[in-house]
Design a protein around this ligand. Structure first.
Ligand SMILES: Nc1ncnc2c1ncn2[C@@H]1O[C@H](COP(=O)(O)OP(=O)(O)O)[C@@H](O)[C@H]1O
Ligand SMILES: [Mg+2]
Length: 333
C-alpha cells in the first residue's frame, strides 16, 4: 500500500500551552501563587515513520510536552492530536497505540522477575497471544534480554532496566514511541545497544519515534530532524547540521603534549585552557577534527588526544544567548 499524499500527520500540535499553578510557601502562613508557563504556543507536526529528536535545556518543557502527548497532562490551551485522538480525552484508547519510556522511572514491577511484568502487560493491553510472542521474542533478541527475564527488576543495572523498559513499551505494537531521556546515566555499551535497537525499530517496523535527550550523539546517530525548545517555545526545527550552523557551536580537542609548551597554534582552533602539558582547543563544529589532529601531530610532541562533542546545553546557550525576546521576564522555576 502506497502512502497517500493526504495522510494526516501522526502527531499534531497547534498553539498548545501548559500553565502550571504553583503555590509556594513564603512565610509562616503566607503563600505565593505563581504561574509557570511550561509550554507556550507550541505548534508542530510529526509524520508517520519519522524519528525526531526533541531537545532543550533543563526545564524547557520537554517532559511536559511528552506528558501531554500521552494524555497524562491536559493542555491549558491549543489543539493536540495523536493518531487522530485527543490524548487527554481518550487516554485509554490512545494507550493502545503509543509506547512511552521515561528514563527517570520504570513502568516495570520492581520486585517481580522481568518476564512477569511482560506477562502482566500482555493481559492489561489484551495483546493477541501470537503478536505478544512475536514482539517479545524480537525485543528479547535485539535488546539482549534473554538472560535477564527471570531476574527481579530491582537487581538489574540501569542499562539492563532501560532495555527492559523499552521492550515493555513495545509489546503492544505502538505506532509511536516517546522516549524521555532513555540514555541518561547509561554506559557506552548500553547506549550503543539502545541506539542500534531504535534505529532498527524505525527502519524495519516504521515506528515513529520522538526522542528527548541530552546526548547529542543520540541525535546524530538516530534523528534526521531535531526540534529545539526553550522556555516552552519551539526555537528550531530542522536538520542537526543546521543547528550547528545556527548555534555556531564548537567542539573541543583535548590535547596531551609530552611536556609543558606554549599554546598550540593551529588555526582555526584556539587554546581555551592550559593545565601543565594538557591543552584544550576549541574549534568550529563544522571543521574536520582529523585534519586538525594531523597538523598538531606533525608540529607538536603529542602524547594523547581526544575530541569532545558540544554539549546540547552549550549549543543551545550559544544559539540563544540574549537573542530570545522576553526570556528574561519569564517565570521559570
Ligand atoms: N507538575 C508541575 N507543577 C509545576 N511546575 C511544573 C510541573 N511539571 C513541570 N513544571 C515546570 O515546568 C517547566 C518545564 O518542565 P519540564 O517539562 O519537566 O522540562 P524538561 O523536561 O524540558 O526539563 C519547569 O519550569 C518545571 O519546573
Ligand atoms: Mg524532562
Amino acid at each position: 500500500m502506497g502512502v497517500s499524499v493526504t495522510e494526516q500527520p501522526l502527531i499534531e500540535l497547534d498553539g498548545v500551552e501548559k500553565v502550571f499553578d504553583v503555590r509556594r510557601k513564603t512565610g509562616f502562613l503566607k503563600r505565593e501563587r505563581r504561574q509557570v508557563r511550561a509550554v507556550d504556543s507550541l505548534s508542530f507536526t510529526v509524520a508517520r515513520g519519522e524519528m525526531v529528536g526533541y531537545i532543550g535545556p533543563n526545564g524547557a518543557g520537554k517532559s511536559t510536552t511528552i506528558k501531554m502527548l500521552t494524555g497524562i497532562l491536559t493542555p491549558s490551551a491549543g489543539r493536540l492530536r495523536v493518531a487522530g485522538i485527543d490524548p487527554s480525552r481518550e487516554r485509554t484508547r490512545l494507550a493502545h497505540r503509543i509506547g512511552v519510556v521515561f528514563g527517570q522511572r520504570t513502568t516495570l514491577w520492581w520486585d517481580l522477575p522481568l518476564i512477569d511484568s511482560y506477562r502482566l502487560m500482555h493481559r492489561m493491553y489484551r495483546i493477541p497471544d501470537a503478536r505478544y510472542r512475536e514482539n517479545l521474542d524480537r525485543c528479547v533478541e535485539l535488546l539482549e534480554l534473554g538472560d535477564l527475564l527471570e531476574s527481579p527488576v530491582r537487581q538489574l543495572s540501569l542499562g539492563q532496566r532501560m532495555r527492559g523498559d523499552i521492550a515493555a513499551a513495545l509489546l503492544h505494537d505502538p505506532e509511536v514511541l516517546y522516549l524521555d531521556e532513555p540514555t541518561i546515566g547509561l554506559d557506552v555499551i548500553s547506549k550503543a545497544k539502545v541506539r542500534g535497537f531504535l534505529k532498527e525499530l524505525n527502519a524495519e517496523l516504521g515506528t515513529t519515534v520522538l526522542l528527548t535527550t541530552h546526548d547529542l550523539q543520540d541525535i546524530e546517530q538516530l534523528c534526521s530532524r531535531v526540534m529545539v525548545i526553550d522556555h516552552g517555545r519551539l526555537m528550531y526545527d530542522g536538520a542537526l547540521a543546521g543547528l550547528h550552523e545556527v548555534g555556531e557551536s564548537e567542539r573541543t580537542l583535548v590535547v596531551d603534549l609530552e611536556r609543558e609548551l606554549p599554546p598550540v597554534d593551529v588555526a582555526p582552533a584556539r587554546v581555551v585552557k592550559v593545565e601543565g602539558p594538557r591543552q584544550w582547543l576549541a574549534f568550529p563544529a563544522g571543521e574536520s577534527a582529523a585534519a586538525l589532529v594531523a597538523r598538531i601531530a606533525a608540529e607538536y610532541p603529542l602524547a594523547d588526544l581526544s575530541v569532545r562533542e558540544p554539549d546540547i546545553e552549550d549549543v543551545i546557550a550559544r544559539m540563544y544567548a540574549g537573542a530570545v525576546p522576553g526570556r528574561s521576564e519569564k517565570a521559570v522555576s
